[in-house]
Design a binder for this molecule. Structure first.
Ligand SMILES: NC(=O)c1ccc[n+]([C@@H]2O[C@H](COP(=O)([O-])OP(=O)(O)OC[C@H]3O[C@@H](n4cnc5c(N)ncnc54)[C@H](OP(=O)(O)O)[C@@H]3O)[C@@H](O)[C@H]2O)c1
Length: 254
C-alpha cells in the first residue's frame, strides 16, 4: 500500500522520541530517506539514525532547538541538503512546556509555547515550500492535538490554543499550496504514552483519561504511525488535503 514512499525524502521534526520517532522509523521501513530531528535528546536521535541504518534504511541527523529564532529554517535546509531535496515535511516537534493556569501564565510561557508550536511550524512550511514545489509528491503533515479541539485541561490553555492554530493553519496551507500540488494535512493524537506524559501528566490523570477512551486504553506512538504513512503516500491519500485526522481511540468525536 505504501510502496510509493520508497525514495521519498522526509523530514520529521521532533523525531528523537515518541510519535515522531515511530513515524520516522516507519517511513524508513517503507524505503523513504529520513531526516531525524531532535534537540535535547541527541543520544536518542543518534540511536534512531543508527537503528534505521543498521536495518538497511537511509537516515540523517539534523539537530536544533526550535525555540530559537532561525533554527527551524536551518534544520529544513540541512535536511534538504543531506537528502537531496524534500518531498514531505512532518511538523511534529511540540511541547506543552509547563502546565500553568490563567493566574500564573506569563509572557515567557506564552513565548515558549507559541515559538515552538506555532512559529516553528509556520517558518518550517515557508522554508520547505520551495523544495516541496519541486517534488511530484509534495506534502506537509502537521501534528495537532485533541487539545486543539477540546481546550485541553486546566494549565494547558496556551498549548491547546497553539494546537488549534495548527489545525487551522493546516487548512490555510492546503488552500494556499494546493495549486502547487502540495497536500497539507494534520494528525491529531489523543492521549499517547510518550515522554510528553512522563513530563506533564500523573498516573492518576492518565487513568482518568483512559476511562474516557472508548477503546479502553491509552495510545502508543505506533498507534499513530498509520496516519503518518497514509498522509505521506500519494497513492493512499493523493486527493486528501486540509484534513485533520483524529487518532484517539474514541476519546473525542467531531
Ligand atoms: N503524547 C500525546 O498524548 C500527544 C497528544 C497530542 C499531541 N501530541 C503532539 O505530538 C507531538 C510529539 O509529541 P510526543 O508525545 O511524541 O512527545 P515527545 O516524545 O516529548 O516528543 C517531542 C519531540 O519534540 C521535540 N522538541 C520538543 N521541544 C523542542 C525544541 N525546543 N526544539 C526542537 N525539538 C523539540 C523533542 O525533541 P528533544 O526531546 O530531542 O528536545 C521530541 O523529539 C508534539 O507536537 C505533541 O504536542 C502529543
Amino acid at each position: 500500500m505504501f510502496d510509493d514512499l520508497k525514495g521519498l525524502s522526509i523530514l520529521v521534526t521532533g523525531s528523537s522520541t515518541g510519535i515522531g520517532a515511530a513515524a520516522a522509523k516507519a517511513y524508513a521501513e517503507y524505503g523513504a530517506k529520513v531526516a531525524v530531528h531532535g534537540s535535547a535528546n541527541k543520544e536518542r536521535a543518534e540511536a534512531l539514525v543508527s537503528d534505521i541504518k543498521s536495518s538497511g534504511g537511509e537516515a540523517v541527523l539534523v539537530m536544533g532547538d526550535l525555540l530559537k529564532r532561525g533554527v527551524v529554517e536551518k534544520v529544513v535546509a540541512e535536511a534538504a541538503d543531506a537528502l537531496g531535496g524534500l518531498d514531505v515535511l512532518v511538523n511534529n516537534a511540540g511541547s506543552l512546556v509547563r502546565r500553568e493556569a490563567l493566574d500564573t501564565i506569563d509572557d515567557d510561557l506564552y513565548d515558549a509555547v507559541c515559538d515552538l508550536n506555532v512559529r516553528a511550524v509556520i517558518n518550517a512550511c515557508r522554508a520547505a515550500a520551495p523544495f516541496l514545489r519541486n517534488s511530484k509528491s509534495g506534502s506537509i503533515i502537521n501534528t495537532g492535538s485533541i487539545a486543539g479541539h477540546n481546550g485541553g485541561a486546566v494549565g494547558a490553555g496556551l498549548y491547546a490554543g497553539a494546537k488549534a492554530f495548527v489545525h487551522s493553519w493546516t487548512r490555510t496551507m492546503a488552500i494556499e499550496l494546493g495549486p502547487d500540488g502540495i497536500r497539507v494535512n494534520c494528525v491529531s493524537p489523543g492521549t499517547i504514552l510518550t515522554p510528553f506524559h512522563e513530563r506533564f501528566s500523573t498516573p492518576e490523570k492518565l487513568e482518568n483519561v483512559r476511562r474516557m477512551i472508548h477503546l479502553g486504553r491509552l495510545g502508543t506512538p505506533e498507534d499513530c504511525v498509520g496516519a503518518y504513512l497514509f498522509l505521506a503516500s500519494p497513492k493512499a491519500s493523493g486527493f486528501i488535503t486540509g484534513q485533520v485526522i483524529e487518532v484517539n481511540g474514541g476519546q473525542y468525536f467531531k
